[in-house]
Design a protein. Structure first.
Length: 641
């Protein structure tokens, strides 16, 4: 892009897209206000402060010029500064630099600054600054009122010190910790309003409202602006400054504003509106840049988005269509693809739509090598034309009419995994260990011990916690790799089994637990019910085992175990309780009692008084007492009525 492609009079009070790399450092600020770019510096503030407009694109200075109006300068009595700079980078530039009342004309090459000349700064004499190139020489010029057509005064010159075909434009102000540095105001960048040539216009009219985005122009010189309208009475105006891409126009508030920011034509160049615009009328104003110098307009053509000389389609809504590149917010089209491929990139991470035998939709990573013609190589995702299946994970996963299938080739990687590794606090919250963490959960079809018909549920380290064995129709749960704690087998059998090395100890093989969110009280407990079919009805109650609290207070807790048998109702056959120091027992619904005492045994001896037998009164009384005690014990236990 040429330097003449970028112009800005700042009259819209909005930073144009062309200045996309602008910045404000420290406490300096930048704003576009009052039709000027204003850079304000802080007073007596420690640190380095600088604000500037900086173009996002580079421009070619060959045979061109860049100028700016500086109506307000920073305070010249302190070490504040203002600058206008054309630079390659932070070590190579050309600039005007005013500080402490002196205006310098400088070049900086590889970080080394050379003052080509300097003058005492005058706000009137040095109102306008210009850097231009001609025949290999850079010129630094000033003017009192360039917009009024006044002449320029050359202040310094130097042979081109570096490549000038890609220079960025920047201007602004800065200071250190100084009192009252003021502000610098810049205006009319490359927008000198001194032309006296008349405006002419060319209008294009369509029979219907069309959508426009691009304007093609082929000229031998001159400048232009654009208007669009649906009724030829109310127009929307488009002009400079151009955006960083060197072709996108800026919306203007009026035709006068558009004329003030008119864009210089390029040879056979295209220009874009910043958004798609509906219009029946497209009006282009144009004129010569230099008085009494002719120019020729060979083509002015507003390119319709629905139909043009280049393309016909049902719908194309695109930002840019260029060689090898389509940038669009939506494309609806029917393609006839002779090469059988549409892909997002030539190599690396890309997606391919292929008409080859083995390839439909293929997703690649940077290292994938899949060949959709031969069906060889690696991929991330693949839809095959040959079988209509969707593959992922380099073939480890597959989606077809039967569902999602995992078919990994590795014997150590055939699993489904979900979840995340939990931290210590998470583990405790879900009932896990108070330290460490919980791992992901796997459903795995790994082989183990030569048995290929098992499905495992395992932790992330490969130690399985449970598995389903198809060969034996059992589901096993275990605490480690050798000790099973539960087995569910076929024929509705559930077994709780533990396999360990113990020979004289009992282990808990079954636990029934009842937790409450309220306060436990007498009667809280668990039930185990037995059922079977009768001749007419399924699932009739047969028996019940019930464990409840007799006393739920933890310090004096006492449990009760009840055994029931059923006919038309549940009948209590036996209960066992604890007293706090001993077991209690009851039968047939009787309250549980402690172990019963029936007294001393009956006296020994035969019959007759001489032998000390039962025929004495004392012996008969003892026997009667013993029988009464036995009867009382049986009554207490519920074993007699």
């Amino acid at each position: 892009m040429k330097f003449s492609d970028l112009r800005d009079n700042f009259d819209d009070n909005t930073q144009a897209a062309a200045w996309s790399d602008s910045y404000a450092l420290g406490s300096a600020t930048k704003a576009e206000t009052g039709g000027q770019a204003v850079f304000t510096l802080p007073s007596s503030t420690a640190g380095t402060h600088e604000a500037a407009y900086l173009s996002g694109a580079a421009y070619d200075l060959t045979g061109e010029a860049a100028s700016v109006n500086v109506p307000t300068m920073v305070a010249t009595g302190v070490a504040a500064y203002a600058f206008f700079r054309l630079r390659i980078d932070t070590s190579n530039w050309l600039d005007f630099f005013q500080q402490s009342g002196t205006l310098y004309f400088r070049k900086v090459v590889a970080g080394v600054t050379t003052n080509l000349a300097s003058v005492s700064y005058s706000s009137s004499t040095h109102r306008w600054w210009r850097i231009r190139e001609a025949s290999g020489t850079i010129f630094f010029d000033t003017s009192t009122n360039a917009s009024g057509g006044a002449s320029w005064t050359n202040r310094a010159s130097v042979a081109n010190p570096f490549d000038i075909t890609a220079l960025f434009v920047t201007f602004g102000a800065g200071c250190g910790n100084v009192a009252s540095p003021g502000s610098a105001k810049f205006d009319d960048y490359n927008a000198i309003n001194g032309l006296t040539t008349a405006w002419h216009w060319t209008k294009q009219q369509r029979p219907l409202i069309d959508r426009y985005r691009t304007l093609t122009a082929a000229t031998t010189g001159g400048q232009f602006y654009v208007g669009t309208s649906t009724d030829d009475s109310t127009y929307t105006w488009w002009s400079g400054p151009l955006a960083d891409d060197g072709r996108t126009l800026t919306s203007q508030s009026s035709e006068v504003a558009a004329q003030a920011m008119a864009i210089n034509f390029g040879a056979a160049q295209r220009f874009d509106l910043p958004s798609q615009t509906e219009a029946r009328f497209v009006k282009v104003g144009h004129r010569s840049i230099v008085a009494a110098t002719s120019y020729r307009v060979d083509e002015l053509y507003a390119r319709r988005l629905i139909q043009s000389d280049d393309i016909e389609a049902e719908t194309i809504k695109a930002i840019n269509i260029a060689a090898g590149t389509i940038t669009a917010d939506r494309i609806t089209a029917a393609f006839t693809i002779t090469g059988k491929k549409i892909q997002t990139a030539e190599s690396g991470a890309r997606v391919v739509l292929s008409g080859d035998t083995y390839g439909g939709l293929i997703g690649y990573s940077a290292s994938d090598t899949y060949d959709p013609s031969a069906g060889t190589g690696t991929y991330q995702i693949l839809w095959k034309q040959t079988d209509g299946k969707f593959y992922f994970g380099a073939g480890g996963g597959m989606l077809d009419a039967t569902g999602v299938n995992l078919d990994a080739t590795s014997t150590t990687a055939q699993y489904i995994r979900w979840g995340r590794t939990l931290g210590a606090s998470d583990a405790a919250a879900v009932g896990g260990a108070s330290s460490g963490g919980l791992n992901e959960l796997f459903l795995s079809a790994r082989t183990s011990g030569g048995n290929t018909s098992r499905v495992y549920m395992e932790v992330a380290d490969g130690t399985y916690q449970a598995y389903l064995d198809e060969a034996t129709a059992t589901f096993r749960v275990q605490a480690d790799t050798s000790a099973f704690t539960g087995i569910i087998s076929g024929s509705d059998q559930i077994r709780s089994a533990v396999s360990d090395a113990g020979t004289t100890t009992a282990v808990a093989t079954f636990v029934s637990r009842h937790r409450t969110s309220g306060t436990a009280a007498a009667g809280l407990g668990s039930k185990l019910t037995f059922q079977a079919d009768s001749t007419t009805t399924q699932d009739r109650d047969q028996a019940l085992v019930q464990a409840v609290w007799a006393t739920a207070t933890d310090a004096s807790r006492k449990a009760r175990l009840l055994l029931y048998v059923s006919d038309t109702a549940l009948r209590e056959g036996m209960r066992i309780e604890a007293s706090g120091s001993a077991p209690l027992l009851g039968f047939f619904g009787a309250a549980a009692v402690a172990q019963q005492s029936i007294g001393a045994a009956a006296p020994a001896g035969g019959t007759g008084t001489a032998a000390g037998g039962w025929d004495t009164a004392a012996h008969r009384d003892a026997a009667i007492t013993l029988l009464n005690n036995i009867r009382t014990a049986l009554l207490n236990l519920g074993l007699s009525v």
